[in-house]
Write a protein that binds this ligand. Structure first.
Ligand SMILES: [Ca+2]
Ligand SMILES: [Ca+2]
Ligand SMILES: [Ca+2]
Ligand SMILES: [Ca+2]
Length: 269
């Protein structure tokens, strides 16, 4: 990831840092089975995120980026830490996460289908195409939200989005536009650990949200934020916000669609 300093406003007196996230195209489609090994080396990732790394990020706000303590909690880095992966091809966005979490919590006492953020959930907020206008789930804004519930309920893959003249449309990701798999406790270490592997078809989602969207080509620029919620038995609970500050899409990172990359090369010695 590189950092771009943008000067905003005609006075030029307000500076802001916008992360640039370079997302590679995949040459072969992954199998959506809860194992990322066939593509994670070919995807964008920037390593492990935990609360300590978040504290040092330019978008960190302590009332929003937070963990909770219900007693008998492990150390903060073991409460939640994760690696996130993203890639694309001509039809799909590919989304992955490898997560260490102490408790799997998908029970929401005031459940509504749209309340993914009161459950363990990984969400990718995508604006396509990115623009410079500050909007909150207006035209072009999409959240693809995966509740980490092995039962895969009907609200398990959720789409919050905008459309021309509309904001905050709440519905499941359309059938046929999403495939996902959740593997619980994949390393035999914690019942809260999981791997999420998903693909979302862009035309019936991004293409519905903004008529300016076109089939992806190298060089296209989207907006990106990752929101990972972790209630662990509480109410609103823990939140990681990565590359942005919430629903305002002007705070989201700049995601650039790149060509394929090669895996990290390791030297002989
Ligand atoms: Ca796979
Ligand atoms: Ca946790
Ligand atoms: Ca915008
Ligand atoms: Ca959890």
């Amino acid at each position: 990831m590189s950092w771009i300093i943008w000067l905003l406003g005609s006075s030029g007196c307000r500076a802001s840092t916008v992360p640039e996230i370079r997302v590679p195209r995949l040459e072969s489609p992954p199998v959506i089975d809860g194992n990322l090994s066939e593509w994670k080396q070919l995807a964008f990732t920037d390593g492990v995120w935990d609360i300590y790394r978040l504290q040092q990020s330019p978008w960190f706000e302590p009332d929003r980026n937070r963990l909770t303590d219900h007693g008998h909690e492990p150390v903060p880095e073991d409460d939640l830490n994760a690696r996130y992966y993203i890639a694309w091809d001509v039809n799909y966005l590919y989304l992955g996460a490898e997560v260490h979490d102490n408790v799997n919590d998908v029970v929401d006492p005031a459940h509504e289908d749209k309340r993914w953020y009161f459950k363990d959930c990984v969400a990718w907020f995508v604006e396509a195409p990115r623009d410079e206008v500050s909007e909150s789930f207006g035209q072009g804004d999409n959240a693809f939200c995966f509740v980490i519930d092995a039962r895969k309920p009907k609200y398990g893959a959720w789409w919050r989005h905008g459309a021309p003249g509309k904001t905050y449309i709440e519905e499941p990701i359309p059938e046929g536009a999403v495939d996902y798999a959740v593997a619980m406790n994949p390393w035999g270490r914690s019942q809260g650990d999981f791997i999420l592997e998903a693909r979302v078809k862009m035309a019936p989602t991004l293409g519905q949200s903004d008529p300016a969207w076109h089939p992806p080509v190298i060089g296209d620029i989207y907006g990106l934020e990752i929101v990972h919620t972790d209630p662990d038995g509480g109410d609103y609970g823990g939140h990681f916000l990565i590359y942005g500050k919430g629903d305002d899409d002007a705070t989201w990172g700049k995601m650039v669609l790149m060509g394929p990359i090669r895996p990290v090369e390791r030297k002989a010695n």
